[in-house]
Design a protein around this ligand. Structure first.
Ligand code: PEP
Length: 251
């Protein structure tokens, strides 16, 4: 794979945390903490906070994204949010296929493919999440699972997109993949991506790692060739921690 410069990408997935006052305090602090970062930084707040976070970060270089979207642009889908509505709320990104959505809402690779297409059709970038469970890794099936998830999620060839490799066993557990395991897996994903979209396109794509990233382990992970940033859950809830992760990566 050719040595190509990929702009680091850092996502902060707040999951179902924070209310307006917390979000405003956070957004008042984060831009100053990250300063003139060369990285692309995206906060993924829960849906009710999207508009206030977008407003609070306006004028900064930090973007906002939705944690999920429905594949349709409007309709009788109680509780769901469309890509059009995310754009209307000031979003530039959408997470697609986070493992908590796959686990708790039965999201399939096919549905996730539809979400990715809906995102890009509305002008959003899709951050598509893939990752194997502990049982799948222990059974030696991690690569087979990742290849299936990747091909499924990219079936409609969304563009633009980035990938998040998030081993389920590392999310919120404090068990981070070692830099060697993460690199080996990211390299596998990039090769599989190359088979799908071609080598040059695959070489240009950001593949970020997610799973218990914190200011202590971030630098050793991002030092690896195929790790282009992070999707951070727990440690993104605190602006000091999230910015420390970004700064520890030299971004
Ligand atoms: C996530 O939710 O995407 C995530 C990686 O969570 P954590 O950093 O808490 O493991």
């Amino acid at each position: 794979m050719s040595a190509i410069q990929r702009r680091p990408l850092f996502g902060g997935n707040w999951k179902m945390h924070k209310v307006t006052a917390d979000a405003e305090a956070y957004c008042a602090k984060l831009p100053g903490l990250v300063g003139e970062s060369s990285a692309e930084i995206v906060i993924f707040p829960p849906a009710p906070l999207l508009r206030s976070v977008s407003a609070a970060l306006r004028g900064s270089s930090i973007a906002v994204g939705g944690q999920d979207i429905h594949p349709d642009s409007a309709g009788a889908f109680t509780g769901d949010v469309s890509a059009v509505q995310l754009v209307d709320a000031g979003c530039r990104w959408a997470l697609c296929g986070h493992s908590e959505r796959r686990r708790d809402h039965g999201e399939t690779d096919e549905l996730i493919a539809g979400k990715g297409l809906a995102a890009v059709a509305s002008g959003l970038s899709a951050l598509i999440c893939i990752g194997e469970s502990a049982a799948e890794r222990e059974a030696g099936r991690a690569f087979e699972v990742l290849e299936r998830q990747l091909a499924g999620a990219l079936a409609g060839r969304p563009e633009p997109f980035a990938l998040a490799y998030e081993p389920v066993w590392a999310i919120g557990t404090g068990k981070t993949a070692t830099p060697e395991t993460a690199q080996e897996t990211h390299e596998f994903i990039r090769d599989a991506l190359s088979d799908l979209i071609g080598q040059a396109a695959a070489a240009s794509k950001r593949i970020v790692y997610g799973g218990s990233v914190n200011p202590e382990n971030a630098a050793s992970l991002i030092a690896k060739r195929d790790i282009d940033g992070f999707l951070v859950g727990g440690a993104s809830l605190d602006p000091d921690q999230f910015s420390a992760i970004i700064r520890s990566c030299g971004s």
